[in-house]
Design a binder for this molecule. Structure first.
Ligand code: HEM
Length: 99
């Protein structure tokens, strides 16, 4: 699952900790580029989120809870227009190739 936390709060994927063996790296993944993100579904390291709407909902609920989640990540309480604005922003990051 996105963020590495499974349904029971355990990790299906240790992320960076599988290399560093540091507990604070459990569930940590490289921050990807958002360039062309509207064309690159599914999302997250495991493809567990099918659409950009799913990604915005994921962040709105503060990600998947786990013991190693940064305390700065929390539920956002976004309104429907705020979610639409975020989606419009994410879709604006795709372009056309110059000849
Ligand atoms: C509402 C705010 C945010 C939005 C709309 C957003 C959007 C996204 C999207 C669309 C992806 C999927 C990219 C892909 O799979 O190609 C993603 C992944 C990711 N984002 Fe964010 N992001 C937000 C906040 C953050 C914050 C605050 C952090 C870190 C402090 C962060 C770190 C990451 C990381 C590490 C991934 C990869 C996760 C994985 O591979 O499982 N994002 N984000």
């Amino acid at each position: 699952m996105a963020g590495g936390a499974g349904p029971a709060g355990g990790f299906q994927d240790e992320g960076r900790a599988s290399i560093t063996r540091r507990s604070e790296d459990r569930g940590a993944f490289k921050t990807p580029t958002l360039r062309e993100v509207a064309r690159t579904a599914p999302y997250m390291h495991d493809g567990s989120l099918a659409t950009l709407e799913d990604v915005v909902d994921f962040y709105d609920r503060g990600g998947n809870r786990n013991a190693f989640l940064d305390p700065e990540l929390h539920a956002l309480g976004l309104t429907a227009p705020e979610k639409q604005a975020l989606l419009a922003f994410l879709r604006s990051l795709s372009g056309t190739t110059l000849r």
